[in-house]
Design a protein around this ligand. Structure first.
Ligand code: ZN
Length: 290
């Protein structure tokens, strides 16, 4: 029986064997508890070699009919056009190079490359059936990913939506001013709060620290603002929230802000839903190869 393989690159490399929508063996690099390796310090050939080794480990000799690989950044037509957090991979023809690396192990299956958040959206679509025609998901972590299923031809970098015209808002890792990630991303929060961790900032807000509390409101308004833009472009619907910082979300507050921002009656009725185990879903979505 043939399986498909999902590959996901975040802070770690994840590789999983997928049978239909069932996730089998999953390997992770660096292994949990082992010495940390910054993925951006790996050369492209080192990353390819690591993925190849991990595919062999999860595959266990089984026939493979499809490989899908999700990377952060702008990934189109099999090429990583830009990936601000994984600089060395910029310009890499990942689909062709990964296919060539795996061919050396006798795997002739097609390789598709996609954005990591799009892989997550595909995984939600695959595991939850056809709940809705359009799946949109915010991945809240170091950066802010936006995934869409079905995948469009566009760039889809909604994490860099402009949500502020304040010229002081320039904490986005891409260097752009006023971006969603420049408010909601972990790096941006550390820059704004002199290296305090996001968890501490949210905890201070709950304990009544006024500056942190104001920021938590801004964080929710920024997310609501970028969501409102998506609604004004593509219509209302369900927005999934995933990633480690989904724990910070106050769904009620987010709803209130969103309703302040979307007033045209045909555009009303959107809602948010938090999805757990996003790595598993993204591996399943990548392996679906769509
Ligand atoms: Zn940006």
């Amino acid at each position: 029986m043939a399986i498909s393989i999902g590959v996901l690159i975040t802070r770690s490399i994840w590789v999983g064997a997928v049978d239909g929508i069932e996730l089998g063996a999953v390997h992770m690099f660096p292994e949990p508890g082992k010495h940390r390796v910054e993925l951006k310090s790996l050369r492209p050939d080192e990353m390819l070699a690591e993925i190849r080794r991990m595919v062999a480990a999860v595959r266990q000799g089984a026939e493979v009919d499809c490989i899908g690989a999700g990377f952060p950044g702008v990934v189109r037509h099999g090429v990583i056009e830009d990936s601000p957090n994984l600089g060395p991979l910029k310009g890499m023809r990942i689909a062709v190079e990964l296919a060539a690396a795996l061919a050396a192990d006798g795997i002739a299956a097609p390789v598709i490359a996609l954005n990591d958040a799009d892989a997550l959206a595909a995984g939600i679509a695959a595991t939850r059936g056809a709940l809705e025609k359009l799946i949109r998901v915010w991945y809240l972590g170091d950066g802010i990913g936006f995934g869409r299923y079905p995948r469009g031809e566009g760039v889809g970098e909604a994490g860099h939506s402009v949500v502020s015209l304040d010229p002081k808002e320039r904490f986005c890792g891409c260097g752009g001013h006023g971006h969603l990630e420049g408010i909601c991303g972990n790096r941006a929060i550390r820059l704004r709060f002199l290296d305090r961790e996001p968890e501490e900032v949210f905890a201070s807000a709950h304990q009544g620290d006024a500056r942190a509390a104001d920021f938590v409101k801004l964080w929710h308004r920024a997310l609501a603002g970028a969501t409102a833009t998506s609604i004004h472009l593509e219509g209302p619907g369900r927005f999934y929230l995933a990633g480690p910082n989904a724990d910070f979300v106050d769904a009620k507050l987010l709803d209130i802000y969103l309703h302040d921002m979307v007033k045209m009656s045909p555009l009303e009725g959107s809602r948010f839903e938090i999805v757990p185990t996003s790595h598993d879903l993204a591996l399943i979505g990548a392996a679906a190869g769509k």
